[in-house]
Design a protein around this ligand. Structure first.
Ligand SMILES: [Zn+2]
Length: 179
């Protein structure tokens, strides 16, 4: 017996189920649905969607469609493409290029460590950015004023003096110059 892999039902499948269950009570429908999924009727036009796995009725002229909806068609195409890419990679022996972090950081041990100090210094700032004391005090001050979370942004009116903006700009420039 072949097991069917069900995905989210496509439009055609939903339409078919709606036709089949029309006029039934909820209990009757619940009773009827498993049978509906299990065995297909003799009707040549009713088939299983190649992608979502649910039965649907093919109303196309030549009865040659294999998926119940456009979404399922797209789904099956991207699935095939993914499979092709995977097969090709397997055959040519090409694998995804590993990042410097993956190459140099032994993260899976209890005490993770870096193989190269240079890479460690280059990478670690992205995850734990060091801040100077002034910056920390500024953040704490803002938290006391506004609470945690999103900072309240004051709209700057053009032409108006803005001490904070000037201070921010100076700090930024100094940091840039220091390198
Ligand atoms: Zn489908």
């Amino acid at each position: 017996m072949q097991t069917t892999l069900y995905r989210w039902p496509g439009e055609g499948a939903i339409e078919y189920a709606r036709e089949q269950l029309a006029g039934l009570t909820r209990a009757q429908a619940a009773d009827h649905t498993p049978r509906l999924l299990k065995e297909l009727p003799d009707d040549k036009r009713v088939k299983r969607c190649d992608y979502c796995g649910y039965p649907w009725r093919d109303d196309s002229l030549r009865n040659t469609k294999r998926t119940c909806s456009e979404e399922c068609k797209t789904g099956i195409k991207s699935f095939q493409r993914r499979k092709q890419r995977a097969d090709k990679a397997l055959l040519t022996g090409k694998t995804k290029k590993r990042t410097k972090r993956e190459e140099n950081y032994i993260w899976w041990l209890e005490y993770p460590f870096w193989l190269s100090e240079y890479e460690m210094l280059k990478q670690s700032w992205k995850f734990e950015k060091p801040m100077d004391a002034e910056r920390m005090a500024y953040i704490r001050g803002n938290q006391q004023l506004y609470g945690n979370g999103n900072r309240r942004k004051k709209a700057h009116k053009p032409g108006q003096e803005d001490d904070k903006a000037a201070r921010d700009f100076n700090r930024w420039t100094i940091r840039k110059l220091r390198g």
